[in-house]
Design a protein around this ligand. Sequence first.
Ligand code: IMP
Ligand code: MG
Length: 176
Amino acid sequence: MAERIRVLIPEEEVNRKVREIAAQINHDYQGRSVHMISVLKGGAFFACELAKRLELPEVTIDFMSVSSYGAGTESSGVVRIIKDLDEPIEGKNLLIVEDIIDSGRTLAYLIEILKKRNPASVRLCTLLDKPSRRVIKQVKVDYTCFSIPDEFVVGFGLDYDQKYRNLPYIGVVEPE
Ligand code: IMP
Ligand code: MG
Protein backbone atom coordinates (compact mmCIF):
# COMPACT_ATOMS: atom_id res chain seq x y z
CA MET A 1 0.00 0.00 0.00
CA ALA A 2 1.31 3.45 -0.87
CA GLU A 3 1.43 6.26 1.70
CA ARG A 4 0.81 9.93 1.36
CA ILE A 5 3.37 12.29 2.89
CA ARG A 6 2.17 15.58 4.33
CA VAL A 7 4.86 18.26 4.76
CA LEU A 8 5.36 19.09 8.43
CA ILE A 9 8.60 21.12 8.25
CA PRO A 10 9.61 22.45 4.82
CA GLU A 11 13.15 22.03 3.51
CA GLU A 12 14.11 25.71 3.91
CA GLU A 13 13.03 25.71 7.53
CA VAL A 14 15.04 22.55 8.32
CA ASN A 15 18.13 24.01 6.66
CA ARG A 16 17.77 27.32 8.45
CA LYS A 17 17.47 25.56 11.81
CA VAL A 18 20.50 23.32 11.14
CA ARG A 19 22.56 26.46 10.47
CA GLU A 20 21.26 28.02 13.68
CA ILE A 21 22.12 24.96 15.81
CA ALA A 22 25.56 24.74 14.17
CA ALA A 23 26.22 28.38 15.10
CA GLN A 24 25.23 27.63 18.68
CA ILE A 25 27.58 24.61 18.81
CA ASN A 26 30.41 26.69 17.28
CA HIS A 27 29.86 29.24 20.02
CA ASP A 28 29.68 26.67 22.85
CA TYR A 29 32.74 24.68 21.74
CA GLN A 30 34.97 27.66 20.79
CA GLY A 31 38.60 26.56 20.53
CA ARG A 32 37.79 22.94 21.35
CA SER A 33 37.55 19.85 19.19
CA VAL A 34 34.42 17.83 18.76
CA HIS A 35 34.02 14.14 17.94
CA MET A 36 30.62 13.56 16.43
CA ILE A 37 28.92 10.21 17.02
CA SER A 38 26.28 9.60 14.42
CA VAL A 39 23.65 6.97 14.91
CA LEU A 40 22.94 5.08 11.68
CA LYS A 41 21.06 5.16 9.56
CA GLY A 42 18.70 8.04 10.20
CA GLY A 43 21.04 10.30 12.16
CA ALA A 44 23.70 10.27 9.43
CA PHE A 45 21.79 12.66 7.18
CA PHE A 46 21.47 15.33 9.85
CA ALA A 47 25.02 14.70 11.13
CA CYS A 48 26.51 15.36 7.70
CA GLU A 49 24.53 18.58 7.25
CA LEU A 50 25.58 19.73 10.71
CA ALA A 51 29.23 18.72 10.26
CA LYS A 52 29.55 20.89 7.14
CA ARG A 53 28.62 23.94 9.18
CA LEU A 54 30.90 23.39 12.17
CA GLU A 55 33.93 25.65 12.43
CA LEU A 56 36.07 24.22 15.20
CA PRO A 57 39.78 23.29 15.41
CA GLU A 58 39.06 19.61 14.82
CA VAL A 59 35.80 18.01 13.77
CA THR A 60 35.81 14.23 13.48
CA ILE A 61 32.95 11.81 13.01
CA ASP A 62 32.32 8.15 13.71
CA PHE A 63 29.27 6.01 13.11
CA MET A 64 27.46 3.48 15.16
CA SER A 65 24.36 1.46 14.57
CA VAL A 66 21.89 0.34 17.18
CA SER A 67 18.45 -1.09 16.79
CA SER A 68 15.45 -0.28 18.92
CA TYR A 69 12.65 -0.63 16.43
CA GLY A 70 11.20 -3.43 14.36
CA ALA A 71 9.94 -2.90 10.84
CA GLY A 72 6.84 -0.98 11.92
CA THR A 73 6.31 2.15 13.97
CA GLU A 74 6.30 0.68 17.48
CA SER A 75 9.28 0.58 19.83
CA SER A 76 10.37 -2.88 20.90
CA GLY A 77 12.14 -1.53 23.96
CA VAL A 78 15.08 -3.74 23.09
CA VAL A 79 18.28 -1.94 22.09
CA ARG A 80 21.32 -3.70 20.69
CA ILE A 81 24.57 -2.66 18.99
CA ILE A 82 24.63 -3.62 15.33
CA LYS A 83 27.84 -1.75 14.50
CA ASP A 84 30.22 -0.31 17.09
CA LEU A 85 32.45 2.77 16.67
CA ASP A 86 35.69 2.39 14.70
CA GLU A 87 37.80 4.62 16.97
CA PRO A 88 38.36 4.93 20.74
CA ILE A 89 36.63 7.89 22.39
CA GLU A 90 38.65 8.28 25.58
CA GLY A 91 39.33 11.94 26.37
CA LYS A 92 37.23 13.23 23.48
CA ASN A 93 34.39 15.75 23.50
CA LEU A 94 31.52 13.69 22.15
CA LEU A 95 28.55 15.12 20.37
CA ILE A 96 25.97 12.40 19.84
CA VAL A 97 23.85 13.30 16.83
CA GLU A 98 20.43 11.69 16.51
CA ASP A 99 17.57 12.01 14.06
CA ILE A 100 14.81 11.74 16.65
CA ILE A 101 14.30 11.08 20.33
CA ASP A 102 11.09 9.28 21.04
CA SER A 103 10.96 7.11 24.17
CA GLY A 104 14.61 7.98 24.86
CA ARG A 105 15.53 4.31 25.27
CA THR A 106 18.06 4.28 22.43
CA LEU A 107 19.92 7.31 23.75
CA ALA A 108 19.83 6.28 27.40
CA TYR A 109 21.47 3.00 26.45
CA LEU A 110 23.97 4.65 24.11
CA ILE A 111 25.05 7.26 26.66
CA GLU A 112 25.52 4.58 29.27
CA ILE A 113 27.88 2.49 27.14
CA LEU A 114 29.78 5.51 25.77
CA LYS A 115 30.39 7.00 29.23
CA LYS A 116 32.07 3.76 30.31
CA ARG A 117 34.76 4.47 27.70
CA ASN A 118 35.79 7.68 29.51
CA PRO A 119 35.16 10.51 27.04
CA ALA A 120 36.01 14.04 28.24
CA SER A 121 32.41 15.17 27.75
CA VAL A 122 29.16 14.00 26.21
CA ARG A 123 26.49 16.20 24.66
CA LEU A 124 23.40 15.33 22.69
CA CYS A 125 22.09 16.94 19.57
CA THR A 126 18.88 15.87 17.88
CA LEU A 127 17.04 16.98 14.79
CA LEU A 128 13.65 16.10 16.24
CA ASP A 129 12.23 15.50 19.69
CA LYS A 130 8.86 14.05 20.64
CA PRO A 131 8.80 15.08 24.32
CA SER A 132 5.31 13.70 24.90
CA ARG A 133 6.57 10.18 24.13
CA ARG A 134 9.48 10.19 26.59
CA VAL A 135 9.75 7.13 28.83
CA ILE A 136 13.33 7.67 30.03
CA LYS A 137 12.98 11.10 31.64
CA GLN A 138 16.64 11.57 32.65
CA VAL A 139 17.86 11.85 29.05
CA LYS A 140 19.04 15.46 28.78
CA VAL A 141 19.13 16.89 25.28
CA ASP A 142 21.57 19.78 24.76
CA TYR A 143 20.57 20.81 21.23
CA THR A 144 17.16 20.27 19.63
CA CYS A 145 16.22 21.58 16.20
CA PHE A 146 12.49 20.91 16.46
CA SER A 147 10.10 19.58 19.08
CA ILE A 148 7.21 17.90 17.31
CA PRO A 149 3.87 16.39 18.30
CA ASP A 150 3.34 12.64 18.54
CA GLU A 151 3.13 11.83 14.83
CA PHE A 152 5.17 9.38 12.81
CA VAL A 153 7.52 11.39 10.64
CA VAL A 154 9.86 10.67 7.73
CA GLY A 155 12.47 12.50 5.69
CA PHE A 156 15.93 13.99 6.36
CA GLY A 157 17.11 10.50 7.31
CA LEU A 158 13.96 9.22 8.99
CA ASP A 159 12.28 6.21 7.45
CA TYR A 160 9.07 4.28 7.27
CA ASP A 161 10.02 0.67 6.47
CA GLN A 162 13.34 2.02 5.09
CA LYS A 163 11.60 4.39 2.68
CA TYR A 164 11.56 8.22 2.49
CA ARG A 165 14.95 8.83 4.16
CA ASN A 166 15.93 10.85 1.09
CA LEU A 167 13.19 13.47 1.42
CA PRO A 168 14.75 16.92 2.00
CA TYR A 169 11.91 17.94 4.34
CA ILE A 170 10.15 16.43 7.37
CA GLY A 171 6.80 14.85 6.53
CA VAL A 172 4.05 12.93 8.26
CA VAL A 173 3.00 9.53 6.91
CA GLU A 174 -0.67 9.34 6.12
CA PRO A 175 -2.30 6.15 4.87
CA GLU A 176 -3.79 6.54 1.40
P1 IMP B 1 13.54 5.79 21.05
O1 IMP B 1 14.52 4.76 21.54
O2 IMP B 1 12.13 5.40 21.35
O3 IMP B 1 13.86 7.19 21.49
O4 IMP B 1 13.57 5.70 19.48
C1 IMP B 1 14.43 6.40 18.71
C2 IMP B 1 14.51 5.80 17.34
O5 IMP B 1 13.21 5.37 16.89
C3 IMP B 1 14.93 6.83 16.34
O6 IMP B 1 16.32 6.89 16.23
C4 IMP B 1 14.24 6.36 15.08
O7 IMP B 1 15.04 5.42 14.41
C5 IMP B 1 12.97 5.69 15.55
N1 IMP B 1 11.79 6.59 15.48
C6 IMP B 1 11.10 7.13 16.52
N2 IMP B 1 10.10 7.91 16.10
C7 IMP B 1 10.15 7.89 14.75
C8 IMP B 1 9.37 8.54 13.71
O8 IMP B 1 8.43 9.32 13.93
N3 IMP B 1 9.75 8.26 12.43
C9 IMP B 1 10.79 7.45 12.11
N4 IMP B 1 11.54 6.85 13.05
C10 IMP B 1 11.23 7.05 14.35
MG1 MG C 1 17.81 6.59 14.99
